[in-house]
Design a protein around this ligand. Structure first.
Ligand SMILES: [Zn+2]
Ligand SMILES: [Zn+2]
Length: 377
């Protein structure tokens, strides 16, 4: 018996869930736990593999039927079960992935590759840190990437000069083989040629038969005005080179916008909190505020302004992405500060003020003792 978790349970489904429910549940989980969204998170990686494995079985009517009847035992005989997600199985996993994410992930057009062997190069994910001010103005950055390029020795064929690939004898060029698993016969990617249908007997020494070599490249990246933290930019065709004449992968740049010491951002709006003296709040005054783009802006503080009052500066927030310069608003909240270091003259004046206002100034500073009389504590 297997102690593996139930595939339906992994996807958060009840037994008897239909194909569309299975697909929807998998799609949500795969998005949530995808390694690109959870870098260096082993737990997410494990969950991603687990849900991918469950989906791989449940999406296939034949395998699902076997699983519904015999559970994990349906796959636990023969070659040690179906569950592996290493090695050759990873190519099938890329297929599942391509179904949902429109080709993100290497080797995505794999099913087509079994006919032509051409496939799209791997996508690359890089990240870049910019300041909030950079996000305001837009910025150009140089970015160093390492990616796979076509081998200049063999021009991508993977073969030594003068030789060419041969048809795989194991699968007779089909790229797939039939395998007995438990009670059932399944088709699997040929372990000999990894689905290529061809093998290279004399590999190119520079790329060891891969047809690709690692290359460094520096790119100029233009980050547009108004970009937000966590947004991904796609640079088409700047991923790894395509395999056997396939199209290049894409480069994705994850933009991290660093926090600003004064301004907080929510979408296109900016928020800040400014301390003002209690005299300015009482008598009225003016704040000269330096905005995110170094412009100066006067904010009029009316007489009798209460602490936590928010002033709205229309159109002084962040530019909206792809909006032709339209900007959000800036919200300035004022906090009245209570002075802590007063000289004797200031104290006398305030006492005088209190007296005129009809307030009593406690002579005994130990206020809590006085309160205790009333509170019975
Ligand atoms: Zn080569
Ligand atoms: Zn083969």
């Amino acid at each position: 018996m297997s102690n593996k978790r139930d595939y339906y349970e992994i996807l958060g489904l009840n037994r008897g869930a239909d194909a569309s429910e299975i697909k929807r549940a998998y799609r949500e989980m795969a998005k949530k736990y995808h390694p690109d969204m959870n870098p260096d998170n082993k737990e997410a990686e494990q969950k991603f593999k687990e849900c991918s494995e469950a989906y791989e079985v449940l999406k296939d009517a034949q395998k699902k039927d076997a699983y519904d009847r015999y559970g994990h035992d349906a796959f636990s005989q023969g070659q040690g079960g179906f569950g592996g997600f290493g090695g050759a199985d990873m190519s099938d996993f890329a297929d599942i992935f391509a179904d949902f994410f429109g080709g993100f992930g290497g080797g995505s057009s794999r099913s087509e590759s079994r006919r032509s062997n051409a496939r799209k190069g791997e996508d690359i994910l890089e990240s870049i840190d910019i300041s909030l001010k950079d996000a305001f103005t837009g910025v150009e950055r140089k970015i160093d990437i390492e990616k796979q390029a076509v081998c200049d020795e063999c021009h991508g064929t993977g073969c030594k000069a003068g030789s060419s690939p041969e048809t795989c004898s194991y699968c007779k060029g089909r790229g797939k083989v039939r395998v007995q698993q438990g009670f059932f016969m399944f088709e699997q990617v040929c372990p000999h040629c990894h689905g290529e249908g061809q093998v290279i007997k004399n590999p190119c020494t520079k790329c060891r038969g891969k047809g690709l070599i690692y290359n460094k490249k520096t790119l100029d990246i233009k980050i547009p005005q108004g970009i937000e933290d966590g947004m991904k930019m796609r640079v088409s065709g700047e991923g790894s080179a395509g395999i056997k004449g396939g199209p290049n992968g894409d480069l994705y740049i994850l933009v991290n916008v660093k926090n600003h010491p004064i301004f907080n951002r929510e979408a296109e709006n900016l928020y800040c909190t400014i301390p003002i003296s209690f005299t300015a709040a009482t008598l009225g005054g003016k704040i000269n505020l330096t905005l995110i783009n170094d412009e100066k802006e006067d904010i009029k503080i009316p007489q009798g302004t209460q602490t936590d009052t928010t002033f709205t500066l229309k159109g002084k927030g962040m530019p909206k992405l792809k909006s032709g310069g339209a900007r959000g608003d800036l919200f300035v909240k004022v906090k009245t500060t209570t002075p802590t270091k007063l000289n004797q003259k200031q104290k006398d004046l305030l006492k005088e003020f209190a007296k005129i206002s009809g307030e009593t100034v406690p002579e005994n500073p130990n206020f809590i003792d006085k309160v205790k009389e009333f509170l019975d504590i």
